[in-house]
Design a binder for this molecule. Structure first.
Ligand code: C2E
Ligand code: MG
Ligand code: MG
Length: 263
């Protein structure tokens, strides 16, 4: 149970978070998403980073944890989207390997509720001469279910051709309902299940049934948290198409990403 000082600290931290973007404390790290058959890098997940002036790096699990319910992610969320598109445009200018690359950005349900989101995103894409499929939007399973406004926005985004991924699949309260009710193009299998591969019987069964569901619905598949070659080989044999994890690369800044994965 959090005590009074924890509560005070969170109030202080959320005040600091509100000021973070203006102080230039936010940045984006990128983690490669690879084709498991060839190990070719096909995409980059954009992950928000907050380096506080005195506290140093604050984990996204900490700041997303309070910022999401307090509705504080709209500014940082659009910073993540714009930065990811800018970095993809810059990579494409300097590297042929980035020509077919997509960026995958996490979006919170509250962000989806903002009016004009679909128009703004389409504009941001066309301003940079990109295609809608160049941007994947990841909707986490652990966040509160999207309300009616957010569902409408998701349907509009999907209808226009944006790629919607369900993140952390299998960890939410209503995973299957979400697949039934929300428009989506791919499932990201949570790293909690990858972690148990190749030996844990329950993880193997959950991964196999998630992949069967995705294939049955013609959805793309990405496994998260791949750290070993045994996990990669198991997932590839089980029919998972894309993968992500420390085995292929940790999240790094845009310049390092280009040097490590696109040169
Ligand atoms: P996520 O979207 O599921 O991102 C994957 C997380 O797993 C990242 O943690 C990444 O660093 C970590 N990870 C990747 N590969 C491995 C691995 O092989 N082993 C292990 N142990 N971990 C791995 P990170 O960056 O701390 O982000 C945590 C969560 O914060 C993200 O989970 C996402 O839900 C949220 N988040 C991050 N950036 C944003 C953002 O811009 N907007 C929103 N709404 N949420 C964000
Ligand atoms: Mg994600
Ligand atoms: Mg995830």
């Amino acid at each position: 149970m959090p005590d009074r000082s924890d509560a005070h600290h969170t109030v202080w931290l959320s005040g600091e978070f509100i000021a973070a973007e203006g102080r230039g404390e936010l940045s984006i790290a990128y983690q490669p998403i690879v084709d498991l058959a060839s190990s070719r890098v096909v995409g980059a997940e954009a992950l928000l980073r907050w380096t506080h002036a005195t506290r140093g790096a604050v984990s996204p699990n900490t700041f997303i944890g309070f910022a999401e319910p307090e509705g504080l992610l709209s500014g940082p969320g659009s910073f993540a989207l714009q930065t990811a598109l800018d970095d993809l445009a810059a990579w494409r200018q300097s590297s042929a390997a980035a020509r077919d690359l997509f960026v995958s950005v996490n979006v919170s349900p509250t962000q989806l509720d903002s009016p004009g989101l679909v128009t703004d995103l389409k504009q941001a894409i066309s301003d940079r001469g990109m295609a809608l499929q160049d941007l994947h939007l990841e909707l986490t399973e652990t966040a509160p279910p999207p309300g009616p406004g957010a569902v409408k926005a998701l349907q509009a985004l999907h209808g226009h051709g944006f790629h919607i991924a369900i993140d952390d699949f299998g960890t939410g309260y209503s995973s299957l309902l979400r697949v039934q009710n929300l428009p989506c193009d791919s499932l990201k299998i949570d790293r909690a299940f990858t972690a148990g591969l190749p030996d844990d019987v329950a993880c193997k069964a959950i991964v196999a049934s998630s992949l069967a569901l995705a294939h049955g619905l013609s959805l793309g598949t990405v496994a998260e948290g791949i750290e070993t070659t045994e996990q990669r080989d198991h997932l590839h044999r089980a029919g998972c198409v894309f993968g992500q994890g420390y085995l292929f690369g940790r999240p790094v800044d845009a310049t390092t990403f280009r040097t490590m994965h696109l040169d």
